[in-house]
Ligand binder design. Structure first.
Ligand SMILES: Cc1cc2nc3c(=O)[nH]c(=O)nc-3n(C[C@H](O)[C@H](O)[C@H](O)COP(=O)(O)OP(=O)(O)OC[C@H]3O[C@@H](n4cnc5c(N)ncnc54)[C@H](O)[C@@H]3O)c2cc1C
Length: 637
């Protein structure tokens, strides 16, 4: 590997670089590589179940549990190791994520000492395979409306778990179809005839012989578009009785007299606090998506570097990557993948600090973390779907062969935009977070002036929170005037455009949504009418956060050559993002038509500049050769 690639790798490996290095060597790439031969559904599931048990012996999963419950309490290391697994088989990644991350995470975060002692050791060792049974056929994104009930019976001191209708059936549940023994079931908790909202109850679903427990019906979701090694299934409960103590009772308990108690009185706040503790799953999916995207880019860029098609007049056949159209396909997404890697590293670091602080985290930091996680997850998984599809096409027919991994990468990551929170719903969450913050600060915003002021203040207060904000403000202040010829390559100019777009979108959104508070207004209709605006505001916010993470990454890089390269990549990321939304910038008078054309010309120029370094840029990802073992990386003799 070149010196430049090594220096770039140091820059992007981040705070848990040692974990990435360890994964590269100790995860034994051949052991966890995707299958090289075609397997039946059952063979694939059995293979992944076995790999999960092997993964348990590596010690990686213990990092994700805090020390007081028998883990190592290195949460950042845990999520980083998980991300590295995203270069291997994505079925294994998801199987591991469901078992340790979702199921183990529910027991650890929603349960108390008695659950930790009883279950966590066997969850860590994978002896007790589990499921996270939240989604129902009728309700996926709207978790608050789940219909499964968990009713306390004081006669027997038990909780009765029931599926009242087909719509209340638990659906798509990882681990349900084949391996799961115990399920963390989300249900409406009812005591003394009163519902207390969604809580989580542990329900055994299979006995030691693998047979369904009495009253539990198990179905198989069967073949899926991808993730063939994951046994997704359906669960229905016919008045299944479990002891009262099976309620994961950190945020809501039933005492020995059958009375419900909760540390947080407001049911909605309690519900969102419970869900908030599970934020790591969302961050992990973003990381896995990033790794899969880098694998696809490494394959496609490497292939394009040696594959030749058509000869230039009187010359040799041309390598694909020397075509501008091909550079355009691969290099801007490559630059954005660098940007997202810096943003993910920042997010993981913030998560580690918030969750390591001991006791209950600061609510403000927690809320900020949840919003950041939702935004990065939505953008990173959308980027994965789009980029992997482009990489597949960029490899022509070869990209379509299963042996070359791209079809599986595409199929396996497709659903990342849906699970752990549908992206559209997540972006609305990001925007609602922005608006809630400002409503909390300024009350009901009863005059236009206050609304405008509040929106600006709010945007300002969010802007201050990213690591690079001070630096970005200095860059913006020093940016050349809007009409300066060389402005497009000025980082301050680029940052100012991202800032202004976010600020304008949030500002005008606040004004629009203010109507919802007017007497007689149909608040739902007002919000629904503005949904495209809501999503654009959230997207602009995340774009700025990602760009600033890149700016911070460039600033922190101490190797001159790597820094210069990152600088060019950051230009390409920023300008291709502006180019993609140039309609908005033109419509809102933020750039002139001439400037818009200059942005496009500069993106082309940057593609040409980066082309000779493309291989070094993907080598820097440090993906073990065993995980790239395809015909695409080997030039024809
Ligand atoms: C392979 C796979 C594995 C899974 N594993 C698990 C698991 O282990 N455990 C588990 O509990 N769940 C699991 N799920 C379920 C997953 O979390 C849900 O599919 C997801 O939450 C979306 O819910 P839904 O499918 O009901 O879609 P819906 O919520 O019905 O969404 C469908 C469409 O409607 C749109 N939409 C919904 N609401 C709105 C709105 N308010 N405004 C605008 N648009 C909206 C969405 O953007 C989306 O395009 C899995 C799913 C799959 C496919």
């Amino acid at each position: 590997m070149s010196t430049l690639s090594t220096a770039l790798r140091t820059a992007i490996d981040g705070r848990w670089a040692h974990v990435r290095e360890e994964a590269r060597s100790e995860l034994e790439p051949t052991r966890f590589a995707p299958p090289t031969e075609e397997l039946t559904l059952e063979e694939y599931r059995a293979r992944v179940a076995q790999q999960l048990r092997e993964l348990a012996t590596t010690g990686h999963p213990a990092r994700g549990l805090s020390k007081d419950v028998g883990g190592e309490g290195d949460f950042g290391a845990s999520v980083t190791a998980f991300e590295m697994l995203g270069h291997a088989d994505l079925s294994l990644l998801v199987k591991a994520g469901v078992h340790w991350g979702l199921f183990g995470g529910a027991v650890a975060n929603l349960g108390t000492q008695r659950h930790h002692t009883a279950y966590l050791p066997r969850i860590l060792s994978a002896e007790l395979p589990g499921c996270f049974a939240m989604t129902e056929t009728g309700h996926g994104s709207d978790v608050q409306s789940l219909q499964t009930t968990a009713t306390y019976d004081p006669e027997t001191d038990e909780i009765v778990v029931n599926t009242p209708s087909v719509a209340a059936r638990k659906d798509y549940i990882g681990g349900a179809a084949r391996d799961g023994r115990l399920a963390a079931v989300f249900a409406q908790l009812v005591t003394e005839g009163e519902s207390h909202g969604v809580h989580c109850v542990l329900v055994p679903i299979r006995d030691e012989n693998g047979e369904p427990m009495p009253g539990v019906s198990i179905g198989d979701c069967g073949a899926k578009a991808g993730l063939r090694g994951v046994d997704n299934g359906r669960l229905s409960f016919d008045h299944v009785r479990v002891p009262r103590t099976n309620l994961l009772n950190r945020y809501g308990d039933i005492d020995a007299h059958g009375a419900y108690t909760a540390p947080i009185e407001n049911p909605t706040r309690r519900f969102f606090t419970m869900l908030g503790t599970l934020v790591r799953g969302r961050i992990s999916v973003a990381g896995g998506a990033g790794a899969a995207t880098r694998t696809a880019l490494t394959l496609a860029v490497t292939y394009a570097g040696h594959r030749r098609q058509f000869a230039a007049p009187g010359g040799e056949e041309v390598r694909l990557l020397d075509y501008r159209a091909h550079q355009r396909k691969l290099l801007p997404p490559l630059a954005t993948s660098y940007a997202l890697m810096f943003a993910q590293n920042e997010l993981v670091s913030a998560m580690h600090d918030v969750q390591s602080s001991g006791g209950d985290p600061d609510p403000h930091a927690q809320r900020e973390l949840e919003a950041r996680a939702a935004g990065i997850k939505a953008v990173a998984t959308a980027h994965a779907s789009a980029t992997i599809a482009v990489c597949r096409e960029a490899c022509g027919g070869a990209g379509y062969l299963a042996v070359n991994r791209l079809p599986a990468l595409k199929a396996d990551t497709d659903v990342f935009t849906t699970f752990e929170g549908d992206n559209t719903v997540l972006l609305q969450l990001v925007a609602k977070g922005l608006l809630t913050d400002y409503r909390d600060t300024f009350g009901n915003l009863d005059t236009l002036g206050v609304a405008r002021f509040a929106a600006r203040q709010f945007a300002g207060s969010v802007i201050e929170r990213t690591a690079a904000r001070g630096l970005v403000e200095r860059l913006v202040a020093a940016a050349p005037g809007r009409d300066a010829q060389d402005a497009v390559l000025d980082r301050g100019w680029q940052c100012a455009l991202f800032d202004e777009r976010e600020q304008h979108l949030v500002d005008t959104l606040a004004l629009r949504l203010r109507r919802a508070a007017e007497p007689g207004a149909d608040a739902f209709a007002v919000f629904n009418d503005a949904q495209d605006h809501v999503i654009a505001a959230a997207r602009a916010h995340v774009d700025r956060v990602v760009l600033e993470a890149f700016v911070a990454g460039v600033d922190a890089c101490t190797d001159a050559a790597a820094r210069a390269m990152l600088d060019r990549l950051c230009d390409l990321h920023a300008l291709s993002t502006i180019e993609a939304d140039r309609g908005w910038f033109l419509e809102h008078g933020r750039i002139t038509p001439a400037r818009s054309k200059q942005v496009t010309a500069t993106v082309n120029g940057l593609c040409a500049q980066l082309r000779p370094h493309a291989q070094e840029l993907v080598d820097a990802f440090g993906i073990p050769a065993e995980w790239l073992g395809t015909e695409l990386v080997a030039p024809l003799e």
